[in-house]
Design a protein around this ligand. Structure first.
Ligand code: EPZ
Length: 416
């Protein structure tokens, strides 16, 4: 799949932000823990969600879409197997979130070791250490992680790094243990808060989510739940940056402003004007784009998922910007592709130095991961001429109706 973008057009108008990919993926996995029906609202229709739902079906679950963005998941025959299929699980790292959910429901789980993707090795050590602390046995065998309940007990778990996935897996495993578990140095991302609201609806006691100390008191029996997926703060940031690089005026609808504070602050520093409403915000240009220094950090720091899109914006900002990537060890791949469009970027270890240039030029480039792909679309929107982005399927994985939404804002984008 290729994205063909003709640059040089200002984005104008309104765009509605979809449900958060990274919240939907964990809620779909968590549905395994519910004995009765689970209904999820505001679920984005993207490839990663389809794959996660196919894994639910492979475990014995049934899912039916009840409207454009509402899905009902049920388990008429209970859990038929506790092994996630390699062919599906290898497509996305978030398949590792079935680990904690299956342990809570059945006391057993077998998932393929998620392959590192090209933004880093992405080990599972923190997940496994946490599960072992909760009394689960864990074994690595033939590329699979096998885990089973030895003597599940509540415990204090300290995370060396506030890993989003490790926090989520440990929360779900603890949610099935009728004792107290405390996770210290837990991740604080809004997607974790969304998971906590789901677990609470299942009758689990969760306290402190959104801070670095989460207290969970699990329950053995859990019914069903209905839960809404929060708006996607990364999709929102992507459209804000796309508006900014084209000097356009764009209003985003269906956002949660507090989730975007780090992004709003940085974009204002880069010279954009951001007016916030109740659940909307409007980006307008205010003079030229200015060089800005970015450090990615766990939430509420600047999100690593917007680092590549920011690099595209800063490629045409006046002056020299420094970007430090503190979360993943190899997330500057997009720099080489941006340089093919005329960007001037020097990468040294975890730091990228971006010298702003007058303008970028259309070229043939390759999306190396989802967010790098988004960055290339952003660069292409401002570049002179046509840009062809191959491996575009990586972009469609995480951005609902991106071609439609950009065209609706006046961009000239085609997918072939
Ligand atoms: C989640 O991945 C997101 N994915 C990622 O979004 C996001 O970039 C990341 O959190 C950080 O915010 C989903 O939620 C599905 P981590 P996750 O565990 O949970 C290291 C996107 O584009 N680490 O917080 O895998 C790890 O190697 C994706 O939407 C360990 O060392 O991220 C990484 O360097 C990309 N050991 C750092 O922590 C572990 O056991 C952050 O990883 C686990 C992680």
């Amino acid at each position: 799949m290729k994205f063909l973008v003709s640059g040089g057009r200002r984005l104008q108008g309104k765009v509605r932000i979809s449900g958060a990919k990274n919240a939907a993926l964990v809620l779909i996995a968590a549905s395994v823990m519910a004995a009765d029906d689970v209904v999820l609202d505001n679920v984005p229709r993207i490839a990663d969600v389809d794959t996660q739902l196919q894994i639910v079906a492979s475990l014995g679950g049934r899912f039916v879409w009840e409207g454009e963005n509402t899905v009902r998941i049920s388990w008429p025959e209970g859990i038929e197997t506790t092994t996630t299929p390699f062919q599906l699980a290898k497509k996305l790292r978030a398949s590792n979130l079935f680990l904690g959910a299956l342990l809570a429901r059945t006391g057993k789980a077998e998932i393929p070791l998620p392959g590192g993707c090209n933004i880093g090795s992405r080990p599972m050590d923190l997940h496994l250490k946490g599960l072992q602390a909760l009394g689960f046995e864990v074994k690595l065998e033939h590329g699979f992680i096998k885990a089973w309940a030895k003597k599940p007990t509540g415990n204090r778990v300290y995370l060396d790094f506030p890993s989003v996935g490790a926090t989520e897996n440990i929360m779900m495993a603890a949610a099935g243990i009728p004792e107290v578990t405390v996770i210290e140095n837990a991740a604080k991302e809004p997607e974790i808060v969304n998971l906590a609201s789901f677990l609470t609806a299942l009758g689990v006691k969760v306290r402190g989510v959104g801070t670095d100390i989460i207290r969970i008191e699990g329950v053995k029996e859990r019914g069903g739940a209905r839960c809404g997926v929060i708006p996607d703060r990364i999709e929102a940031g992507t459209y804000m940056i796309a508006a900014g690089i084209t000097g356009g005026e764009v209003t985003l609808e269906n956002v949660i402003i507090t989730h975007l504070h780090p992004v709003i602050a940085k974009l204002e520093e880069a010279g954009l004007k951001v007016d916030v409403g109740e659940d909307t915000l409007t980006v307008t240009p205010s003079g030229e784009l200015k060089a800005t220094d970015i450090k990615t950090l766990p939430y509420p720091g600047f999100p690593t998922d917007l680092q590549s899109p920011m690099m595209a914006l800063l490629s045409v900002a006046k002056g020299t910007s420094t970007i430090v990537e503190n979360v993943f060890e190899n997330r500057f791949q997009v720099a080489d592709e941006l340089k093919r469009m005329g960007a001037q970027i020097k990468v040294k270890g975890q730091t990228a130095i971006v010298e702003g240039v007058e303008k970028l030029y259309g070229a043939q480039v390759k999306a190396t991961d989802l967010r790098a792909g988004a960055a290339l679309i952003i660069a292409a929107l401002a570049a002179e001429g046509e840009t062809e982005i191959c491996q575009g399927e990586l972009i469609a994985r995480g951005y609902e109706k991106i071609e439609e939404k950009l065209s609706g804002l006046g961009a000239k984008v085609r997918v072939v």
